[in-house]
Design a protein around this ligand. Structure first.
Ligand code: 13P
Length: 238
């Protein structure tokens, strides 16, 4: 597990000049950081690891607008986010489609970064652990014990709100995720579990110091070199 993995999720932002700038600044950190970028920015080799933000549940066929795991792999993408809460919220992503996409990624060795997280009302009702466990079990249905994947815990109420989960709350959920993974098979217990939701240079160090937080999935703060570099520096201090 070792060094934390810091992944920026650019969502519907960014362009090639910006990506080139990031790749120059972070060129020596290919192992420890990555960017999940719009599909149009993939396909050119940069000195930074790149991934997709979603992938089709299908291999090929009459699915206008979709991009398959194979196609992403061909662009040089190393991973794909799967089941981001914005996909679940605005694009009808379900636990079943998340599972299908995870299996598609694994079939071609595109690393799935499986996103889970409870809504604000589920958090208020004290249901975080239960919701996240159910999402994770569904996402991993039929996944082989030797599969490579990463989990990202992103409480929906913390995304883009400036209101990060405290390190204590995040650690408790991450420990629950690790216990769920371990209950599936021993091999899964050591998977990287990233935290996402209003990660900033100011809170990154404390979050990343938690025993079960192995990296960060960063939205807004990954769009500027300075704030992303601040998070990367905080990760390196731990
Ligand atoms: P913010 O860091 O902007 O809260 O976004 C988190 C996120 O959704 C990353 O996938």
């Amino acid at each position: 597990m070792n060094a934390p993995w810091i992944v920026g999720n650019w969502k519907l932002h960014g362009d090639r000049p910006k990506l080139l700038q990031f790749s120059q600044v972070f060129a020596d950190r290919k192992q420890s950081i990555a960017l999940s970028v719009p599909a149009t920015l993939l396909g050119t080799e940069y000195a930074i690891a790149l991934g997709a933000q979603d992938v089709s549940a299908h291999k090929h066929g009459a699915y206008t607008g979709e991009i398959s795991a194979e196609m992403y792999l061909e662009t040089g993408a190393k991973f794909s986010l799967i089941g981001h809460s914005e996909r679940r919220q605005y694009h009808g992503e379900t636990d079943a489609s998340v599972n299908a996409k995870v299996l598609r990624c694994l079939s071609v060795n595109l690393l799935p970064v499986i996103c889970v997280g409870e809504t604000e009302s589920e958090f208020d009702a004290g249901r975080s652990a239960e919701v996240v466990r159910a999402q994770l079990l569904a996402a991993l249905d039929g996944v082989a014990s030797d599969a490579e994947f990463v989990v990202a815990y992103e409480p929906v109420w913390a995304i883009g709100t400036g209101k990060s989960a405290t390190a204590e709350i995040a650690q408790a959920v991450h420990a629950g995720i690790r216990a769920t993974l371990a209950s599936i098979c021993d091999e899964f217990a050591s998977k990287k579990i990233l935290y996402g939701g209003s990660v900033k240079p100011e809170n990154a160090k404390e979050l990343l110091a938690q025993p079960d937080i192995n990296g960060a999935l960063v939205g807004g703060a990954s769009l500027e070199i300075d704030s992303f570099a601040g998070i990367v520096a905080a990760a390196e201090e731990n």
